[in-house]
Design a protein around this ligand. Structure first.
Ligand SMILES: *Cc1c(COP(=O)(O)O)cnc(C)c1O
Length: 399
């Protein structure tokens, strides 16, 4: 029998997180996601994914969790590596991957200037690994080449410099694919001078889907690869880092050190497995939908800054006299709103065909209004500066 004092504490501790309206809110959320072009991180678990996940094993992953271990082994197998490590995020996976390779500063990491590890991981390479980053602007404005790497790598006994120890590539990078011959050439060169290769393969799934090259072939030139389950594949949580057995054993210790050792992760691993089986096969359809969106924007007169090679488009409505804010505001004022950022449009497994039609409708009507008001496309429109391809616009989303 609980004492009155204990019951009183229990009363203050208890918390019913399920609001009366949450089922309705979730239904609304699912509709919004189908109309959100801001990112592919917004995808949500389906009822079927939830149902499958609840059947997973119940181990503690700091000791041994069978479903999580099976997922790690599976990702290792399909990427042609010896071992895998399940991590809570792509950032953790990249940063622990880099940290595991790097031992004694000073040193540097070479990457594309737009790389996630450089721009969007809160300066983690400096913080966790004490590494200088050499961000390189690709000379072809698309992907890093062997020549770009050779021109920027630091292999020198001159004490002024931080010698390069890792070349970190990203594939896809902003939805674009780096040609595999280039990856191989960079890797052969890097390895010949004792430099490691890391791949931020958060969206490598899209490369496999688009090029029809096996993941093992895409990952072969790399010593370590980070793959995300929670972007294009639509799992709620998780990334997997792969590499040699020895590398992963050390990375597992770093995972603990960084506070990323989780417990009953079976349910998350199973959601990831569900995504591999049911969502990966949807990527060709997603890419086709992105290409349809791109074709529509071009037909209306928008400039395409970065093509729909996979699931992303970067566009510019300046040639039709329209701004991102006008498109975003018009989209959010629709009876069924659209959620839009700036120049980047991301199509994902839960994007609806109707959302693409409605977005094209909004842009088309705005273009017509501007034309009617006397807007004429300026002659010899300057190509948008490469570094400004990603114009961010912070949309208003009510919770
Ligand atoms: C999202 C992303 C990451 C990081 O993943 P998080 O799970 O958000 O930490 C890393 N690399 C790329 C290319 C990404 O798009």
């Amino acid at each position: 029998m609980a004492t009155a004092a204990f019951s009183s504490i229990a009363d203050t501790v208890k918390f019913d997180i399920l609001s009366e309206t949450h089922a309705l809110e979730n239904a609304k959320k699912r509709k919004e996601i189908a109309r959100t072009f801001i990112s592919d991180t917004v995808t949500v678990p389906t009822e079927d994914m939830y149902a499958y996940a609840t059947l997973a094993t119940l181990g503690d992953d700091v000791y041994f969790e069978p479903s999580s271990a099976a997922l790690e082994a599976h990702i290792a197998k399909i990427t042609g590596k010896e071992a895998g490590l399940y991590l809570p995020s792509g950032t953790a996976s990249n940063q622990i991957g880099l940290r595991t390779h790097l031992k004694q500063p000073p040193y540097s990491i070479i990457c594309d200037h737009r790389a996630h590890i450089h721009k969007y991981e809160a300066g983690g390479a400096a913080f966790h690994s004490g590494a200088a980053v050499i961000p390189v602007i690709p000379s072809n404005k698309h992907h890093l080449t062997l020549q770009d790497v050779k021109d920027n790598i630091i292999i020198s006994d001159d004490g002024h410099f931080a010698p390069t120890e890792i070349v970190a590539l990203e594939n896809t990078l902003n939805g674009t694919i780096i040609p595999q011959e280039e990856v191989i050439a960079i890797s052969e060169y890097a390895h010949s001078v004792g430099v490691k290769m890391h791949l931020d393969g958060a969206r490598i799934w899209h490369v496999a889907a688009e090029t029809e090259m096996p993941l093992s072939e895409l990952c072969a030139p790399f010593d370590s690869v980070s793959l995300c389950l929670s972007k294009g594949l639509g799992a709620p949580v998780g990334s997997v880092l792969v590499g040699t057995k020895e590398f992963i054993a050390k990375a597992r210790r770093f995972r603990k050190l960084f506070g990323g050792g989780m417990r009953q992760t079976g349910i998350l691993a199973a959601a990831g497995a569900y995504a591999l089986t049911h969502n990966f096969p949807q990527l060709p359809r997603v890419h086709a939908l992105a290409r349809r969106l791109e074709a529509g924007l071009e037909e209306i007169g928008c400039a395409i800054l970065s093509r729909a090679e996979t699931c992303m488009i970067f566009y510019d409505p300046t040639p039709i006299g329209v701004t991102f804010d006008e498109i975003g505001n018009r989209g959010s004022a629709l009876p069924e709103p659209l959620f839009l950022g700036g120049s980047r449009l991301v199509v994902h497994i839960q994007t609806s065909e109707a959302a693409v039609d409605d977005l094209l409708g909004v842009v088309r009507v705005l273009a017509e209004e501007k034309r009617a008001a006397g807007f004429v496309k300026p002659e010899g429109q300057a190509e948008s500066a490469f570094k400004d391809v990603y114009v961010r616009r912070v949309p208003k989303i009510d919770k």
